[in-house]
Design a protein around this ligand. Structure first.
Ligand code: KIV
Length: 286
């Protein structure tokens, strides 16, 4: 894709979108115990285009609220934000399965409302599935959605949407009571029909136990290598933030690279070295 070109005119997008089949929920479910499933978050079309060739699944996570919009947590993320970012990621990708997070407040209450919101996310983005944080009574709504044709991915362990009740972004399942509760929630999520379950921020060993206990793939984030796949927040692994959680491996230092590049640009503008002859338009001779 050429920077600045409308996506509709991008040959990469239009020529592939008809011919390449994205994996669907049953394809991901069938990967249980096989080659690890590669997942990353994506929020924009250009980033989705870069990640697409490498990933089985792109998650339009509600972490977009913190990563892109500067919110303190994911509680303020709206359905409209998820739809806009979901549409962008669908336009930028052609190969990977795209899953969109259902934001806080859009699926925990009446099953009918959860269905209405999930159906809207699916119809308006074209994504292949939705994800919900699956504590307590949510299994009932997962079952309701799946029975009505909406593929659902679950999310247990550290649940960012529950940060205000659970008390911060801390690893979960260190004590026996909490360990058992998370295991039960993962089981209930899978039995309700989720095609995969994200396991976030749990004590080493619990992820493996969950992976052995449920019939669908587990996707770990801060949950050890004992999962069927892994996911990271892309901006974390690319080194766009000064601070990242312990479980993130930084594969690049984009913050450093961007800082250097912007510094060079600012120096060039101030010294009138930019734009130069190669970067300006000339009138036609005659
Ligand atoms: O919102 C998100 O990015 C997520 C991942 C961290 C799994 O839920």
């Amino acid at each position: 894709m050429t920077a600045g070109a409308p996506l509709e005119e991008s040959s990469a997008v239009s020529s592939h979108s008809q011919s390449v089949k994205r994996p669907a929920a049953p394809d991901i479910a069938a990967r249980k115990g096989k080659t690890p499933i590669v997942c990353l978050t994506a929020y924009t079309a250009p980033m989705a285009e870069i990640l697409d060739a490498h990933c089985d699944l792109l998650l339009v996570g509600d972490s977009v609220g913190m990563v892109v919009h500067g919110l303190p947590n994911t509680v303020g993320v709206t359905l409209e934000m998820m739809i806009l970012h979901g549409q962008a990621v669908m336009r930028g990708s052609t190969r990977a399965m795209v899953v969109v997070d259902m934001p806080f407040g859009s699926y925990e209450g009446a099953a009918e409302l959860a269905y209405e919101n999930a159906a809207r996310l699916m119809k308006e983005t074209g994504a292949q599935a939705v994800k919900v944080e699956a504590g307590g009574a949510i299994a009932r709504n997962i079952d309701y959605l799946v029975q009505r044709g909406i593929p659902v991915m679950g999310h247990v362990g550290l649940r960012p949407q529950a940060v205000l009740t659970d008390g911060g972004f801390k690893a979960k399942g260190k004590g026996e009571g909490e360990r058992q509760r998370i295991l039960d929630e993962a089981r209930a999520t899978a039995e309700a029909g989720a095609f995969a379950v994200v396991v976030e921020g749990v004590a080493e060993g619990l992820a493996r136990e969950i992976t052995e206990a449920i019939a669908v793939p587990t996707i770990g984030i801060g949950a050890s290598a004992g999962c069927d796949g892994q996911i990271l927040v892309t901006d974390d692994m690319l080194g766009l933030f000064d601070w990242t959680p312990k479980f993130v491996r930084r594969y690049a230092d984009l913050r450093g690279e961007i800082t250097k590049a912007v510094g060079r640009y600012a120096d060039d503008v101030r010294a009138r070295r930019f734009p130069g002859p190669a970067e300006i338009y000339f009138a036609k001779a005659g």
